[in-house]
Design a binder for this molecule. Structure first.
Ligand code: ADP
Ligand code: MG
Length: 287
């Protein structure tokens, strides 16, 4: 953004994802038009973590879905690695699908109840024709990465706790070694005691794999712990954006101040070193 050479180009050179003046309008059954996302411009650079915060209904999930091409914008442009994502077809689209992954809030509905963990983790590899003949090792590696025991590979989702299920969702997303992870309220459905463990896991994995992350949350304490930059959303618009620490220390926008006053309950001691939730020990070769 600050490089004078790229001023006339909307995307900076290390840009991974950029939303440029994106609008998403929905029409209700009664015919009212709602701009769920209203002229949003956001950029995530390679390896960077961006938090997207705002109250319920502010347009966060819609933004995440637009970024992944799960929805198409009403207007505006989404760039992935400098290319207009709307134009992806065939091999480009497949590559995009591999490089951008999402984790949802509810690990109960996002895992197929009829599949064993082994199948859940190998399915993306099969779809993308990766790791052929090495599926077993891949599954073991992924389980280790997320702090789950190898023998869990043969279990079904219902045999796990919410936190463990979210670990499985994370492992599945990592199977394709994405450059971008979008996490939409990934801990909001979990017990408070488990949330910090999952947050710390995501933080470690993001650093280890140098993945970029769009972390959507209404919990400011979590975003502060996890994200280098933070964007505040309200009524479909970004009202403020900046380096996380700066934004927390010196919020410029009235709404950000309100959010900080009303919701912020930092408990930093919780967010520390909780690699596994059930004593499942990691082996040496992780990371
Ligand atoms: P958040 O994730 O911040 O809670 P959402 O992106 O889910 O917000 O929703 C933003 C607004 O868009 C809300 O008013 C919501 O009702 C509306 N909305 C989201 N998805 C749809 C849809 N598929 N059809 C109609 N309205 C929608
Ligand atoms: Mg949402």
């Amino acid at each position: 953004m600050t490089d004078p050479d790229v001023q006339d180009h909307p995307v900076s050179s290390d840009s991974l994802l950029k939303l440029d003046n994106v609008v998403k309008a929905f029409t209700s059954r009664r015919g009212d038009v709602v701009r769920a996302v209203d002229r949003v411009t956001l950029e995530i650079r390679e390896g960077e973590s961006l938090g997207l915060v705002g109250e319920s209904g502010s347009g966060k999930s819609t933004t995440g879905r637009l970024a992944l091409r799960l929805l198409s914008p009403t207007s505006g442009t989404i760039y992935f690695r400098g290319q207009n994502a709307a134009g992806f077809r065939g091999a480009d689209l497949l590559a995009f699908r591999r490089q951008a992954q999402i984790i949802f809030q509810d690990p109960f509905s996002s895992l197929n109840p009829r599949m064993r963990v082994r199948q859940i983790l190998t399915e993306p590899l099969v779809i993308h024709g990766l790791a052929r003949g090495r599926e077993r090792e891949e599954v073991m590696g992924l389980l280790d990465m997320v702090g789950l025991r190898p023998e869990y590979a043969d279990r079904y989702p219902f045999q796990f706790s919410g936190g463990q299920r979210q670990r499985i969702s994370i492992a599945r997303a990592l199977a394709l070694r994405p450059r971008l992870m979008i996490a939409d309220e990934p801990v909001s459905s979990l017990d408070v005691s488990v949330q910090a463990q999952i947050i710390n896991l995501m933080r470690d994995l993001q650093a280890q794999h140098r993945m970029a992350m769009l972390f959507i949350s209404h919990n400011l304490a979590v975003v502060r712990h996890l994200c280098q930059r933070t964007a505040v959303m309200r009524g479909g618009q970004i009202v403020e954006e900046g380096p996380t620490e700066e934004l927390f220390r010196n919020p410029q926008h009235e709404y950000t101040r309100l959010l900080l006053d009303s919701i912020l309950t930092p408990e930093p001691a919780r967010y520390r070193d909780a690699r596994t939730e059930d004593g499942g020990r990691r082996t040496e070769d992780g990371g």
